[in-house]
Design a protein around this ligand. Structure first.
Ligand code: FMN
Length: 211
């Protein structure tokens, strides 16, 4: 079976991509409005782009009514955001934050999520998340230019907070201790758990210069 995207509606194309390009990490994005009102929303169209400089990307879709999501409006207004990763223990609170509350209503309060102060940006992070990134937007552009459906937001990571309890013996983040959730398409989610994780070293002949 082949899906010809030229013959496929945007909605179906989204479903095919979102249900096959998995697992996707979930960015729990905290922003402030120009007036300083908090906002917290999950986005799984999220990735790391490069470590030099440390850069991540999210691409919030336009709302169904064509308007912009509060996350985009706030980043346009302030340039700052934090991304907290979502452990299994917080999955219900994260899900609650996907409700479209009126602009200015803080999902921190609505979902009972405790904030923690950031150090280099104003938006708080999620206190109980094991990993949070403090970011400044280096790009916030509609895509595609002729008929935008989303915003491409690139964030330069200024600081990374990590709970030392999730570090393994080698001092690196241990995926099983992180137990992060990922989006799998539809209502399905995944977890980074010991039962399903495995190690695989680089093959013989791998060139260290490639990184
Ligand atoms: C796990 C999860 C992942 C999501 N990923 C996205 C995404 O990548 N892009 C998007 O536009 N909306 C995504 N949503 C929906 C947004 O979270 C939702 O539209 C939210 O109300 C946006 O909030 P805001 O208007 O406060 O920015 C996701 C929802 C959930 C539960």
């Amino acid at each position: 079976m082949i899906i010809d995207m030229d013959q496929t509606s945007a909605g179906r194309a989204y479903q095919w991509l979102a249900s096959t390009i998995t697992p996707r990490p979930v960015a729990w994005v905290s922003t402030l409005s120009a007036e300083g009102q908090g906002n917290l929303a999950p986005f799984s169209f999220f990735q790391v782009l490069t470590g030099d400089p440390p850069t991540v990307m999210i691409s919030p879709l336009h709302r169904g009514d064509g308007g912009l999501k509060d996350t985009v409006l706030n980043i346009q207004a302030t340039d700052e955001f934090t991304i907290s990763l979502v452990p299994f223990a917080l999955v219900d609170a994260m899900n609650q934050c996907s409700v479209s509350y009126p602009h200015g209503v803080s999902e921190f309060a609505q979902a009972g999520v405790a904030p923690a102060a950031s150090t280099k940006v104003k938006p708080p992070r999620v206190a109980a998340s094991p990993v949070s990134l403090e970011c400044v937007a280096v790009q916030c552009q509609p895509y595609p230019a002729d008929k935008p459906s989303c915003y491409l937001i690139l964030g330069r990571v200024l600081a990374l907070h990590i709970d030392e309890a999730v570090l393994g013996e080698d001092g690196r983040a241990d995926p099983a201790r992180l137990d992060l959730v990922s989006r799998m398409g539809g209502d399905w989610y995944g977890r980074t758990r010991a039962e399903t994780n495995f190690r695989l070293g680089r093959p013989a002949g791998w060139d260290q210069a490639q990184r």
